[in-house]
Design a protein around this ligand. Sequence first.
Ligand code: MN3
Length: 259
Amino acid sequence: MSESNRREFLATGTAALAAAAIAGVASAQESKPAKRPSAMPAAAGMGAVITQAIPGAIDANGKWTLPPLPYAYDALEPHIDAQTMQIHHDKHHAGYVKGLIACEEKLAEARTTGDFSLVEHWSKKLSFNGGGHFLHCIFWDSMGPNGGGDPTGALARKIAADFGSVAAFKAQFSAAAKAVEGSGWGILGYQVAGAKLTVLQGQNQNLLSQWGVVPLLAIDVWEHAYYLKYQNRRADYVDAWWNVVNWQAVGKRFEMLEH
Ligand code: MN3
């Protein structure tokens, strides 16, 4: 990400990323407000890039929405079964979107009435449901029926630079995903503050993040993501999951942020 884009990113901060990723970085920049070029409307520039980087999270009216799966329920067979995909997308992800909207409504209500007695409850739920919504958007987009293989181009070079090699990255990512304590995620993210890639172990949907990391590639290791087919064998699911990774989509997301 160039310095001008970075400033624009911090200044524009759409709701999706302002909430999910950049709060810590943005606060550090408050003393130096960025200037948006006058010819550029607020909806363009990095704001629009970020909206695309978390695909389908928000609709044209600015409302959080459940994006349709970009492929059929059975498209990832035999690695991920159709029934798991259907329940996961239509029930679990839909629930997080509904929850996120409800949290925002409750907090708006609190601002209207001035009654903030439940602000801790709704703030925690906001984090949980928002994390669920954004990570699932990345998850669906990170997979595809013609997946597998290795990353190419700028993403491959960046992975090699930041992790030593693609093989070393995959080994760390797999180990992190397999070792998540309880429900959570393995995440390859782009740390805006340092323009570096990093691997995170997400707990639930929202814990163990760093501030300022935009997820590029994510594997859901909640039991609902694999239990029908793999039962307790999470490691087998993680190993098989590499066969459905859509590196083109991940690379495209990386290039949006990097340039
Ligand atoms: Mn899930």
